[in-house]
Design a protein around this ligand. Structure first.
Ligand SMILES: [Zn+2]
Length: 341
């Protein structure tokens, strides 16, 4: 049973490679953060080590090999994380320096499987690798060890040296349909009632890993609510109060683990929701639990004001990319956003 959901193309590709015994030495698995790359890599690890004789049924998920990999205690499965400050991963993995990679990876990669059939090396954040790190990997890809599969995970192909890309089989994981994520939440967390499955699914924007985090970790939705609270408050306040709130916004963006991208995305989604409510499309909003507040705000704003605000937030996002003084652009936004009547 594959734990990976909503990635039929990728799963079928691996299944047929298993059936025809055409497993590559190395795969480059790419897709956005939280799309499920590590989950997919662990599925491959289980599939290649599963004890079930019927290759069309692997990974079974219940044999000792599958279970040991799921519990992260299998001695032939290694997880390295090249990315620094990665807080989104569900499975703890070690951040890797060049020296770690040389010592831990090279010292392990040429050994024979200890308890399983295939040794698996999962290396995430490959697009963040420096040249020295990339060369360590490249050397191994040029002389692939037997009974070993290397799984390189990356948010994007850009930034990975060409010689690595050309030596791997590429697999892309796509955004999932939010309807499928909604069903998945209902099926796996039937008792989760704090927010509707639909709201989590829409907020996830097609990233199952995000939805999983939101259901299992309270802080994810607390943060969303804190941000939307601020964005609502700004619209109700006058200029004096806003310039005071400016510091809070700057602080939120500055201390963000994703350099403000998430905070900006929440802001944009909030405004898109106001537009949807204003145009009688409330059933399509993302922040479902905030619908009542959104309706009040939308009623106090004109269409022109809403569209202008969406453009302002978008422009703010562009300025952020160019490292413009954050305080300056937040203040500017505060001066120009409309006040809801
Ligand atoms: Zn199994």
């Amino acid at each position: 049973m594959w734990v990976t959901k909503g990635q039929d193309r990728a799963v079928q590709l691996m299944q047929s490679a298993l059936v025809y015994n055409r497993i590559s030495h190395a795969y480059l698995i790419s897709g956005p953060v939280n799309v499920g790359k590590t989950t997919f890599a662990l599925d491959i690890a289980r599939a290649l080590n599963c004890l079930n004789d019927d290759v069309s049924l692997v990974p079974c998920g219940i044999c000792s090999q599958c279970k040991r990999i799921s519990s992260m205690v299998h001695t032939d499965v290694f997880l390295f994380d090249v990315q620094s400050g990665n807080t989104g991963d569900r499975i703890s993995s070690n951040r890797v320096t060049v020296d770690n990679l040389r010592e831990d990876f090279i010292s392990q990669v040429y050994k024979k499987p200890f308890e399983g059939k295939v040794r698996i090396f999962i290396i995430s954040g490959v697009n963040h690798m420096r040249v020295e790190q990339a060369n360590v990997i490249l050397k191994t890809l040029e002389e692939p060890p037997e009974d070993t599969v290397i799984l390189l995970l990356s948010d994007q192909i850009d930034g990975i040296i060409e010689t690595i890309v050309s030596r791997c089989q590429l697999i892309t994981l796509d955004y999932m349909d939010t309807g499928m994520i909604e069903n998945h939440i209902k099926e796996f967390w039937p008792d989760f009632e704090t927010y509707s499955a639909r709201e989590i699914a829409r907020l996830s924007k097609g990233l199952l890993g995000w939805a999983h985090n939101a259901v299992t970790d309270d802080t994810v939705m607390i943060k969303r609510d804190e941000l939307v609270d601020i964005y609502e408050l700004i619209l109700k306040h006058d200029l004096d109060e806003r310039l005071h709130e400016s510091s809070t916004v700057v602080e939120k963006f500055r201390t963000s683990s994703t350099s403000g991208k998430y905070e900006l995305d929440v802001w944009m989604t909030f405004w898109r929701d106001i537009l949807l409510v204003k145009t009688d499309r409330s059933s399509e909003i993302t922040n479902i639990s905030r619908e009542d507040n959104l309706k009040i705000l939308a009623a106090g704003l004109s269409m022109d004001q809403i569209i202008k605000s969406i453009n302002l937030i978008s422009e703010f996002g562009n300025n952020m990319k160019f490292n413009v003084n954050l305080r300056l652009i937040v203040d500017n936004l505060m001066l120009n956003l409309p006040q809801a009547s």
